[in-house]
Design a binder for this molecule. Structure first.
Ligand SMILES: [Zn+2]
Length: 321
């Protein structure tokens, strides 16, 4: 007799499906294969989870059937609008659509997760790992770059910020604030600088802007702020197979400072990806450390190259130790 998560949807229009091993805990008491799915929900938001439940024939016939859903810490969540949700024969259908609302942060300092446990006849038949942390605020300085006659790129800063804070980085409990936006005109660059900007290596493209900006602003590369150049320019390069490859942006992992190029229409997704590098996340291929994501299993993850990127993995959480 076991309960498992079939699918889920969240207020913030994202889905957090745990797909890879690092994301799961193992609950041996059910079956060796049972893995505990993860829900990470922002305070005040609701996650809806579809559950699969396999009941024994004895349980199905039991008029006094009672499955109790409860959290390991009370006052943190509501399950179907209740502190404790009880399923009996009369409302057994409700079990298929469990609604979990984040009422409070779990902890501000230790950032532990809690569990939602389902019990039948006093025995655990399923568990969900649940997490809700106070967001860490990250300040980003946008610098629009005019590099040629196309002028500055027109980006709606309000909608970009909204995307970052409701559809992408919020899932990692990171809150982005735009410090200020500036404009720099580099059309007067000399030949060497132009070569670096338009045809140099990835690093050269970044550093030629950074050095120029550094002379204008002495406190460039502050650790707590990200200086993010937005340039109205496409960056194409050859990949290992010799094919043309477009680059959405450049960002030095764990450092403050990056460049956003013109790349299809996904400047919001690309910005979420680049800011992912800023907070220390890497691509599947060059992953290092405990936040790595395995190759070929990371579809739709913001650090992958999929265009419809919409999720992160549990172990990428920036709030998590
Ligand atoms: Zn990247």
């Amino acid at each position: 007799m076991a309960l498992s998560v079939h699918s889920g949807s969240f207020d913030d229009e994202y889905e957090k499906h745990s797909k890879i091993k690092q994301d799961y805990g193992v609950l041996d008491s059910i079956t060796p294969e049972y893995r505990i799915p993860v829900l990470a929900i922002n305070k005040g938001k609701t996650g809806k989870v579809k559950l699969n439940i396999k009941l024994s024939s004895k349980a199905k016939k039991d008029k006094n059937l009672k499955i109790i859903f409860e959290a390991s810490e009370k006052e943190k969540i509501e399950i179907n609008n209740k502190e404790e949700f009880i399923v009996s024969t009369s409302n057994i259908k409700d079990i298929e659509n469990l609604s979990i609302k984040a009422i409070n942060y779990i902890k501000n300092s230790e950032l532990d997760n809690i569990y939602i446990t389902a019990k039948l006849y006093g025995k655990t038949i399923g568990k969900l790992k649940y997490y809700c942390a106070e967001p860490v605020t990250k300040e980003v300085k946008l610098v629009f770059v005019k590099s040629d006659s196309k002028g500055y790129r027109e980006i709606d800063e309000t909608s970009l910020l909204n995307y970052l804070n409701t559809k992408s980085l919020n899932q990692l409990f990171v809150k982005i604030e735009f410090l200020k936006t500036e404009k720099i005109d580099v059309t007067g660059f000399n030949e060497t600088q132009k070569n670096k900007l338009f045809s140099g290596s990835t690093n050269e493209r970044f550093y030629v802007l950074a050095r120029h900006y550094n002379n204008l602003e002495s406190n460039f590369l502050e650790k707590e702020n990200d200086t993010f150049f937005i340039i109205n320019f496409e960056y194409k390069r050859k990949n290992k197979e010799g094919e043309d490859e477009e680059v959405g942006g450049i960002h030095r992992t764990g450092e403050s400072g990056g460049v956003l190029f013109v790349y299809k229409d996904d400047y919001d997704e690309a910005t979420a990806h680049e800011l992912g590098h800023w907070i220390g996340l890497e691509h599947p291929k060059n992953d290092v450390g405990h936040r790595k994501i395995p190759e070929y299993k990371s579809q739709n993850n913001f650090m992958d190259y999929e265009i419809k990127r919409k999720s992160w993995f549990w172990h990428q959480l920036i709030n998590k130790n």
